[in-house]
Design a binder for this molecule. Structure first.
Ligand SMILES: Cc1cc2nc3c(=O)[nH]c(=O)nc-3n(C[C@H](O)[C@H](O)[C@H](O)COP(=O)(O)O)c2cc1C
Length: 357
């Protein structure tokens, strides 16, 4: 099988596979192993301070000389009222009381953190920078391009993909509704609904509408999903959940075990954890907080308000009060070393290609 295409040439990788930069869940070992195996490992830097990001980049560089990426959250507008926060704090009181936690102070530093992260990417000559939640401002795109950084955007609709292409992204990820974690949606949709378009519908429509390479994401866990994506016209795939349960991922054990024991019917798209829509395993917290839908403060406010509750729950092995992001294919998740996962993916692709000719 020849993997060589526009995407592999742009990213300078052997295989058209991107390990999703999952904020809070990647480790230098995961990222470097994926890159050493010929795919693109990505640091999930969405929540990282500048110091932490510098440390991570240096650790990855110590483990691989191959290309890798950094994934960042594009800051948005966060309109919220003090009353919203007050109400949410009252609703979260029982959880805080159970864990003996203090009420946090909301502190929005997204914009500065983003600018610092961009400087870091340039300073350390990170080959690829991926974005979600929007498109960076023109001056940032220009700065990165001048530093020869390859830019990867995220789109959940054709319109968002066109905007990414227009802004100068080199590659766009088509994030289907099956995808685990936060939705990258950033354009308001006419029906005022979430853009929940499945990967199979989204990819070919996007491919027909733009000329930069499209990378399929959402529900892809093995060689079957990869080959299917290529048949749909994608030039590669981005996989999150499949790498999340790998030995080298930084996800907590309770997260890994819950995904490994879940079914396709167990996930929901909810904003109760962070204030932004994300797909994860349904649990007590989602069920309880869902009744306040409409009154949930936007990201990153809600994310900060629930942060210590989620972290304490996860470290206590409590899967009911923490977020467990997962795509819609948890039955296909495996617990193995990432090297093994990569070898298996390539083997599966080769076998399938032999069968279909
Ligand atoms: C635990 C987890 C965290 C994620 N965090 C991010 C992130 O920080 N940035 C991002 O662009 N996408 C993130 N995603 C979404 C992935 O980029 C990708 O769209 C998704 O994983 C694809 O669906 P799959 O999980 O079924 O493979 C995350 C996904 C998961 C499962």
């Amino acid at each position: 099988m020849r993997y060589d295409n526009q995407l592999t040439q742009i990213l300078k990788v052997q295989y058209p596979i991107i390990q999703a930069g999952m904020a809070g869940s990647t480790t230098p070992e995961l990222v470097a192993s994926v890159s050493n195996k010929g795919a693109l490992g990505t640091i999930g830097a969405g929540y990282m301070s500048q110091e932490k990001l510098e440390e991570e980049i240096q650790s990855v560089k110590a483990l691989t000389t191959k290309p890798f990426g950094v994934n960042l959250f594009v800051p948005g507008h966060n309109d919220y009222s003090p009353q919203q926060v007050e109400h949410m704090n009252a609703w979260l009181k029982p959880y805080r009381r159970a864990f003996d936690l203090e009420e946090p102070t909301v502190n929005i530093t997204e914009e500065q953190q983003f600018v610092n992260a961009i400087d870091c990417v340039i300073k350390y000559q990170v080959p690829v920078c991926c974005f979600t939640f929007g498109i960076p401002e023109r001056n940032i795109i220009t700065k990165l391009k001048q530093a020869n950084v390859i830019l990867v955007g995220t789109a959940t609709t054709v319109e968002e993909a066109i905007e990414n292409e227009r802004a100068g992204m080199d590659v766009v990820v088509a994030q289907g509704s099956e995808a685990g974690g936060h939705r990258g949606s950033f354009l308001p949709n006419l029906q005022h609904q979430q853009s929940l378009i499945g990967t199979m519908s989204l990819v070919p429509q996007m491919v027909d509408s733009i000329s930069i390479p499209v990378v399929a994401a959402g529900g892809i866990m093995d060689g079957r999903g990869i080959v299917a994506s290529l048949v749909l016209g994608a030039q590669g795939v981005q996989m999150g959940t499949a790498f999340l349960t790998a030995e080298e991922s930084g996800a907590n054990d309770v997260v890994k075990q819950t995904i490994l024991n879940s079914k396709e019917t167990d996930t929901v798209v909810t904003n109760v954890f962070s204030g932004k829509s994300a797909r994860g395993i349904n649990n007590e917290f989602v069920e309880a907080m869902m009744k306040y839908e409409g009154d949930i403060p936007p990201y990153p406010v809600q994310n900060q308000l629930t942060n210590t509750i989620r972290k304490t729950a996860a470290s206590n092995g409590n899967k009911e009060w923490t977020h467990i992001w997962s795509g819609q294919s948890p039955r296909l998740a495996t617990a193995q070393h990432v090297d093994q996962l990569m070898d298996n993916l390539v083997k599966q692709i080769e076998e399938l290609v032999r069968i279909v000719g």
